[in-house]
Design a protein. Structure first.
Length: 222
């Protein structure tokens, strides 16, 4: 593999990130990550915002994790203010992989409730990685405002994020079980079921939550 040991090879690799072929872009990102150079960080971050191929985006993230957090984290935090949803989502994803808690103050409520589903999911994953000890209950309260949002994958992502915070979520889930929106109640019940029994599976937990709510409603009517 060609190492980026001179300006010519560096420039060639960076140009490769913009080629039409995804395989060429993938190889270019691999080359940049194999021989980290802080001069590449801006280009890598900018490419994350527009790269259409999932595998290339993952390689770009890997390449960024190969660089010093003192260089990458401030640049990624800046990207969280982008108007482009993919830019926010990929920056959050990369921050979760780097795991540097200096980024925590940038994980705002606005990001955790982002209107874009992928950006919101990335924010949830980053938040549970970066949250400082003692701030888990407040994070759980914000995440709970998203219960019932979206379809299966969206709800599963939120359940996983909440469960990663541990037992601190229980009082918040119990409060959500009394929410007027049945989707919120169902999601809260399913998340509580998965916390108690991780082997149950999300679909089973959802079905059980539905039965619980129906039986509970029937019992109240009687």
């Amino acid at each position: 593999m060609t190492m980026l040991n001179d300006d010519t090879n560096l420039a060639r690799a960076l140009r490769g990130l913009e080629r039409g072929s995804a395989s060429v872009r993938l190889k270019a990102a691999l080359a940049v990550g194999t021989a980290p150079d802080r001069r590449c960080v801006d280009t890598l971050v900018e490419r994350c915002a527009v790269e259409p191929d999932f595998h290339v985006r993952e390689m770009l993230t890997w390449a960024l994790t190969r660089h010093s957090p003192s260089t990458t984290v401030p640049r990624l935090v800046d990207e969280l203010r982008s108007e482009r949803a993919q830019a926010r989502s990929q920056a959050l994803h990369t921050l979760s992989k780097i795991g540097d808690r200096r980024a925590w103050p940038a994980i705002t409520r606005a990001l955790l409730t982002d209107a874009d589903d992928e950006a919101a999911r990335s924010a949830w994953r980053a938040a549970v990685v970066l949250v400082p000890e003692g701030e888990e209950p407040e994070l759980a309260r914000v995440l709970a405002t998203q219960l019932g949002r979206g379809e299966r994958q969206m709800r599963l992502s939120l359940s996983r994020a909440l469960i990663a915070l541990g037992e601190v979520i229980m009082p918040i889930l119990r409060a959500s079980m009394a929410h007027p929106d049945p989707r919120v109640r169902q999601h809260a019940h399913a998340t509580e079921r998965l916390l108690r029994d991780p082997e149950a599976g999300f679909d089973f937990a959802i079905e059980e939550a539905k039965r619980t709510l129906v039986l509970g409603t029937t019992g109240q009517e009687e």
